[in-house]
Design a protein around this ligand. Structure first.
Ligand SMILES: C[S@@+](CC[C@H](N)C(=O)[O-])C[C@H]1O[C@@H](n2cnc3c(N)ncnc32)[C@H](O)[C@@H]1O
Length: 240
């Protein structure tokens, strides 16, 4: 499918995703990467539940400064787009620039307090960073606001992440299918996040851990794409 609609290419000065890509000499890849990643998720939705491709409500959970958010309205022909993050500046920017409704997440305002439900929830490179309690409570919250016929699509680090990091001499050992840690200093140096290290690090999970967690929160996996996101993160698609 070809989508030629022009996209708003504004970049927020605090955009960590942009900063990381720029650090790799790839700032020109920022806009195309957001678009290509969004198209990958569209293709999955089209394959699993094509009726969700037009006129639906989508939540971009962990929107950041809108690397993907800016493409979502046109790629999914949405009736409503909500951008949620713990990062106030990200949520505000996505609302101002890309016409999303803002939803700020905080300890006092978890996503389960959201009074809307969604046909589609997309969380890219978010569960790759959360400690166990937040990982589990966020998944439970998202389950509550996912429509009965809706799809939750998210990425997680799995076997590929574990192998690559262990080859580099790190000790990524999963306990009960879960690992959370801070593997490198690079995150601090690149200022990839302003969040405290105990709330935002590097997370790796087994398929069995995710499957069991999803079952506990009334969800089941309908599609699993090993290293389907950026050739590294696993993509999970779940429904009630
Ligand atoms: C690596 S960025 C990914 C941003 C965007 N999804 C993308 O792919 O460009 C991870 C995002 O998750 C957000 N985040 C961190 N903790 C979160 C939480 N508890 N709930 C929701 N989002 C969170 C961060 O603020 C950050 O914007």
């Amino acid at each position: 499918m070809v989508i030629n609609d022009p996209v708003n290419e504004s970049i927020h000065p605090d955009d960590a995703m942009y900063r990381v890509m720029k650090g790799h000499g790839n700032e020109r890849g920022y806009i195309p990467s957001g678009r290509n990643n969004t198209l990958v998720f569209r293709e999955l939705v089209g394959k699993i539940r094509p009726s969700l491709l037009t006129g639906k409500r989508l939540l971009d959970f962990g929107c950041g400064h809108g690397r993907m958010t800016r493409h979502m309205k046109t790629v999914f022909s949405l009736s409503h787009l909500v951008a949620a993050d713990v990062l106030e500046t990200g949520v505000e920017f996505c609302a101002r620039e890309f016409g999303a409704s803002p939803f700020s997440i905080s300890k006092d305002n978890p996503i389960s307090n959201c009074d809307s439900t969604f046909d589609l929830i997309i969380a890219v490179s978010v569960f790759t960073h959360l400690p166990r309690q937040l990982f589990e409570s966020s998944m439970a919250g998202l389950s509550k606001i996912l429509d009965k016929e809706g799809l939750l699509l998210f990425t997680a680090n799995g076997e590929d992440f574990q192998r690559r990091h262990n080859e580099r001499g790190h000790n990524v050992t999963l306990e009960g299918g879960f690992y959370f840690g801070n593997l490198t200093q690079r995150r601090k140096e690149s200022k990839a996040s302003v969040l405290p290290l105990d709330e935002y690090g590097q997370t790796c999970v087994s398929y069995d851990f995710v499957k069991a967690l999803l079952e506990r929160v009334d969800l089941k996996i309908v599609e699993f794409v090993p290293h389907g996101h950026v050739r590294s993160q696993d993509i999970y698609v779940a429904t009630h």
